[in-house]
Design a protein around this ligand. Structure first.
Ligand SMILES: [Zn+2]
Length: 461
């Protein structure tokens, strides 16, 4: 019998081999075994019977802007990680902007860690930033445990995080490839953006025209070309345009080390439905047409797109003005990403195994956390979401946990309710109640989970 303090039993457990009835044994915060459904719990273990609710691995969201410290009125570690836990997310990787300072030196990383420690309800790791002038900081940041480096090819929206021109991109890419790191890129071409009509104002169609498809396709083409030339691992952030997909598919087939993510809002919201002036829908690249959305789903199905992440990027409500040109760009999606994606996925013939692959297994692998996160199997952290996939709810902004309750999903009816969320074998959220923060700060160099300790006492229930 494996060590177990706790056994979670469900008729529907999502394992790497698919969904099946199983009993999952947990000790010392780690999964020790996935047993047959009717295996009796080992002596002394507490049994948690989940009935027909689905037990899935906690989601790993590798694209979140927590903005703390410096813009904590926009978001913070406490509120962001509560929203994440409420959405079934148990690990997030924080983007290097829009906090002050941005995570572009080891000293800044230390500051971020100090702020995140003791406030995080889930596990938190950090991306570093690649700027035109911090080439010498990249290796030290890598050694200090960031999971990779974010760069922009066009203006980022904040002055303290300038974008990389082509020369700086090549230099940063070569440096990062030199130590085996990962470069993650906001890929919109600044010249194509500048050439597009910039009308401003409240009309969504004008905003959409200002961020055309070919800005993404051009930037992705350049990125892939450079990655191939420099043998560099690159990851395309928040792809919204289907126009870039064929060249990504070709590059992948040729063995170029490129991966791609998209976001719940690109997969579930449509340009045709965005009301004029409704800048809660504004993000860059933009939410595009329904026909384009079909291409993104096809690319998820065939593996051209690897993963789905939130790009949760909030601001205070006053910055979400009705002028699309000047309103803050970012959709707040942490708490709703799983039900939003699941609602659309099920109508397109996908199952929860697919959703877990895109939102947990592949994101864990992207950042090298796949020895401990992203699957329900022996040896991984006991991070779970308990999910009722057939229940529905209507999004009420008042029920959201992120700091500014601005949402593009208000009033939508979604499928799938997160009943509880578990981090290393402890329930951190149940029935809307949060436990004390017990998230850990993760580093790229932490390695796999240590072997579980033998239980020495009865666990409190
Ligand atoms: Zn982002």
């Amino acid at each position: 019998m494996p060590d177990a303090e706790l056994v979670l039993r469900s008729t529907r457990v999502i394992t790497p081999g698919g969904m099946r009835a199983a009993s999952v044994a947990v000790a010392g915060g780690t999964i020790t075994a996935v047993l047959p459904y009717d295996a009796g719990p080992p002596a002394g273990a507490r049994l948690e019977d989940l009935g027909d609710d689905v037990l899935l691995p906690g989601l790993v969201d590798t694209h979140v802007h927590v903005n703390d410290p410096g813009r904590t009125e926009w978001e913070g570690f406490s509120t962001a990680t509560r929203a994440a836990a409420a959405g079934g997310i148990t690990t997030l990787i924080d983007m290097p902007l829009n906090s002050l300072p941005p995570t572009t030196t080891v000293g800044h990383l230390r500051t971020k860690k100090q702020v995140a420690a003791r406030r995080a309800h889930i596990d938190v790791g950090f991306w570093g930033g690649a700027l035109p002038d911090n080439l010498a900081d990249l290796r030290p940041l890598h050694d200090a445990g960031v999971f990779g480096f974010k760069a922009f090819l066009s203006p980022s929206g904040v002055d303290e995080f300038p974008h990389l021109g082509r020369e700086h991109l090549a230099r940063s890419m070569a440096e990062i490839a030199g130590f085996g790191g990962l470069l993650v890129v906001h890929a919109e071409d600044p010249h194509r953006l500048a050439a597009a009509p910039q009308r401003g104002g409240p009309k969504y169609a004008d905003f959409l025209a200002s961020r055309p498809h070919d800005a993404e396709a051009t930037a992705v083409a350049h990125l892939v070309e450079q990655a191939e030339r420099l043998h560099a691992r690159v990851h395309v952030l928040h792809l919204s345009s289907g126009e870039a997909l064929p060249l990504i598919a070709v590059a992948k087939a040729r063995g170029v080390p490129v991966t791609v993510e998209t976001c719940p809002h690109y997969l579930t919201l449509k340009a045709e439905e965005v009301p004029d002036g409704a800048s809660e829908f504004k993000c860059c690249p933009p939410i595009r047409e329904a026909a384009n959305q079909d291409l993104l789903w096809q690319a998820l199905a065939d593996g051209t797109i690897d993963c789905v992440v939130t790009d949760h990027s909030p601001s205070t409500a006053d910055l979400k003005t009705d002028d699309f040109a000047t309103a803050w760009g970012g959709v707040s999606g942490l708490q709703l990403s799983l039900p939003a994606v699941w609602t659309e996925a099920r109508t397109r013939g996908h199952d929860l195994v697919d959703v877990v692959r895109w939102m947990s297994a592949h994101t864990a692998r992207l950042v090298g956390l796949d020895a401990r996160k992203g699957a329900i199997e022996a040896g991984r952290d006991a991070d779970f979401a308990v999910f009722a996939p057939d229940d529905t709810f209507t999004v009420d902004p008042a029920a959201l946990q992120h700091r500014n309750r601005v949402t593009a999903y208000a009033g939508r009816t979604l499928h799938g309710v997160v009943r509880s969320t578990w981090l290393r074998g402890e329930r951190i959220l149940a029935d809307g109640e949060f436990a004390e923060p017990r998230g850990r700060l993760l580093g790229r160099t932490d390695g796999p989970a240590p072997p579980p300790e033998r239980p020495t006492r009865e666990r409190q229930t």
